[in-house]
Design a protein around this ligand. Structure first.
Ligand code: R5P
Length: 265
């Protein structure tokens, strides 16, 4: 890896803890105005000080984040599909590397759809993006997407996806937490972060999910809905931070959440 690429990656995965809390706000690229992300700036602004990196599209970056922000940006560069269209897997590259450089981002991200009719196209998208990213020192995050088929999220399938992403050169991988998650991490020679998925019934479950993922080898989270769809998003991100960076248990992090809720934020 080049110095520039490693330097950018180290802005996302903090060298002092070896972990990262990425805040995902890219959902609109196929879901439109997702609940509680209708006005991106309003969702992002209070949470930004607590995020190690922000994952988003160029449209939201340009319109909804101040240019003075020091937070590393992870730019989603795949898309071209929508929740009401034919297939969520039929993604192409939406944003060229030149634009990623112009926007001064710390990494680019794209989805791969293993096991679908568009597997080859999305895997070749990844390979091309890695080649270009390495030319300019920009790390690539591969997202092991499942589209609407949430039931696919098991260790056998996610191990396959993560390993293929790493083999094609992804510098880090985003996947889902699952039973036997340590096997997913073991088979993937680059860092793994987890998505949160749809909002869970309780915030305790979210914190336990994060804790379990970290204990089983994830370097962190790239989480969206379970933070910003909370009734108390700032308290929620502070609690997730406590687990990711301070090794808090879920119970300890609930304490952080309750304390932060009672403070004005
Ligand atoms: C979905 O494809 C988006 O890329 C999100 O970034 C990802 O799902 C993480 O967000 P959440 O924690 O809401 O699942």
């Amino acid at each position: 890896m080049s110095w520039g690429l490693e330097n950018r990656l180290s802005r996302i995965i903090r060298p002092d803890t070896g972990h990262t809390l990425m805040l995902a706000v890219d959902h609109g690229y196929f879901l439109g105005p997702t609940r509680d992300l209708e006005v991106p700036r309003e969702t992002i602004t209070p949470l930004l000080p607590f995020a190690d990196a922000l994952m988003l599209t160029r449209g939201v970056l340009r319109t909804s984040v101040d240019t003075g922000s020091g937070t590393p940006m992870v730019l989603r560069v795949s898309g071209g599909t929508s929740i009401v269209g034919g297939s969520l897997a039929d993604e192409g590259i939406t944003t060229p590397m030149e634009e990623a450089i112009r926007l001064n981002v710390s990494a680019v991200a794209l989805s791969i759809f293993v096991g679908t009719d568009h597997e080859k196209q999305t895997l070749l998208n990844l390979s091309d993006l890695v080649t270009e990213g390495e030319r300019y020192g920009i790390p690539v995050l591969a997202v092991t997407a499942v589209g609407k088929e949430l039931e696919k999220r098991d260790a056998r399938f996610l191990s396959l996806c993560c390993r293929i992403a790493a083999e094609l050169g992804a510098h880090f991988v985003k996947t889902y937490y699952c039973d036997d998650f340590e096997k997913v991490v073991e088979g993937c020679p680059v860092p793994v972060v987890i998505a949160g998925g749809p909002k869970l019934d309780t915030f305790e479950e979210t914190l336990q999910l994060v804790r379990d993922a970290i204990e089983r080898g994830a370097v962190g989270v790239d989480m969206g809905r379970n933070i910003w769809q909370s009734e108390h998003p700032v308290a929620a991100i502070k609690a997730v931070r406590a687990v990711v960076h301070e090794g808090a248990s879920a119970a300890e992090a609930i304490g952080v959440f309750e304390k932060a809720k009672s403070e004005k934020n």
